[in-house]
Design a protein around this ligand. Structure first.
Ligand SMILES: NC(=O)c1ccc[n+]([C@@H]2O[C@H](COP(=O)([O-])OP(=O)(O)OC[C@H]3O[C@@H](n4cnc5c(N)ncnc54)[C@H](OP(=O)(O)O)[C@@H]3O)[C@@H](O)[C@H]2O)c1
Length: 276
């Protein structure tokens, strides 16, 4: 007779379940989401709210595969609800300051062409920490890490995916706040403005790296748009600001029109050029 030896499991099932749930979220969700190779594919960072969520809504409605990344998908209720409705919407965990996770995600999607990579995630940064008189080094680092270094690391990690696609576009969300040549300059928000100026140069540099692979690296600006960022940091602009849907509809049209003739300048949601 065979004797069954029961070895107590060192990890009780109840403790494994939350980890399993996270693993499912990290691999595209539990609803059987998938990439359809016959559709165009977009990857959006910071896609759980604001302009990023509006990009997801726009492209999924257009029939694209959407790789929607968010740093805390377990709290991304609107995004998860949308993912429940659309088979080709995949939700992935990504904090854009986590270089290892960026590489892991790129490896998980190796061989998947990505037509448009949208570096949307951004922070304004603590207002006090970037105010003249209380300039804080940690705040500077945080803003530059999310708004400048992360788009560069994303471009680096996903260049092969974009090069393998039909459209070959890397788009980063810039801002008129980064324009150095304005005649009048408002005080405050220095790190945010500096980060967008630096992003502009960062993407020109990446564009030079990737031009021979046929990749267009573009800067697109939404104009003042009613999101948490604007409401919390520039509330005076809210009355004349766009809705996220309107600025995304405009930016998506600009992105669609990008071709090899693009000269590297930031383009506004209405197609006009944003001054350097
Ligand atoms: N709204 C405007 O008027 C305006 C104008 C010009 C340019 N922009 C640019 O447009 C982009 C989107 O801004 P928004 O107005 O939609 O801002 P928002 O409402 O504050 O949303 C910012 C998004 O970025 C995400 N994010 C922040 N840090 C992240 C990180 N480390 N890793 C991953 N995701 C991160 C946030 O995720 P969490 O929810 O986890 O924080 C959120 O999804 C930004 O690049 C911004 O600079 C906005």
């Amino acid at each position: 007779m065979r004797q069954v030896i029961r070895v107590p499991c060192p990890f009780p099932v109840s403790r494994l379940l939350p980890a399993l749930a996270l693993l499912i979220l990290a691999t595209g969700g539990a609803h059987g989401a998938s990439i359809d190779p016959d559709r165009s594919t977009v990857l959006v960072t910071g896609s759980n709210r604001g302009i990023g969520l509006a990009f997801v809504q726009h492209y999924i409605a257009q029939g694209w595969n959407v790789l929607a990344t968010a740093r805390a998908p377990e709290r991304a209720d609107e995004l998860n609800a949308l993912a429940g409705e659309y088979e080709h919407l995949l939700v992935e965990q990504l904090d854009v300051t986590d270089g290892e996770r960026i590489r892991e995600l790129a490896a998980a999607y190796a061989g998947t062409p990505i037509d448009v990579l949208i570096n949307n995630a951004g922070i304004y940064g603590d207002t006090e920490g970037q105010a003249f008189g209380s300039l804080d080094a940690g705040t500077f680092h945080d803003v530059m890490a999310v708004n400048v270094l992360a788009p560069m690391k994303m471009a680096e990690a996903f260049a092969d995916h974009v090069a393998a696609s039909g459209q070959k576009k890397i788009v980063s969300i810039s801002s008129g706040a980064g324009s150095v040549s304005r005649e009048t300059m408002s005080a405050g928000g220095a790190y945010y403005s500096i980060s967008k100026t630096a992003l502009n140069m960062a993407m020109r540099k990446i564009g030079a790296e990737l031009a021979d692979r046929g990749i267009v690296v573009a800067l697109v600006a939404p104009g003042p748009t009613v999101t948490d960022m604007l409401q919390n940091n520039r509330p005076s602009l809210v009355p004349r600001a766009n809705t996220s849907e309107d600025s995304v509809a405009g930016m998506a049209a600009v992105i669609e029109g990008l071709d090899a003739g693009y000269d590297g300048r930031p383009l506004s949601f209405d197609g006009s050029t944003v001054a350097w």
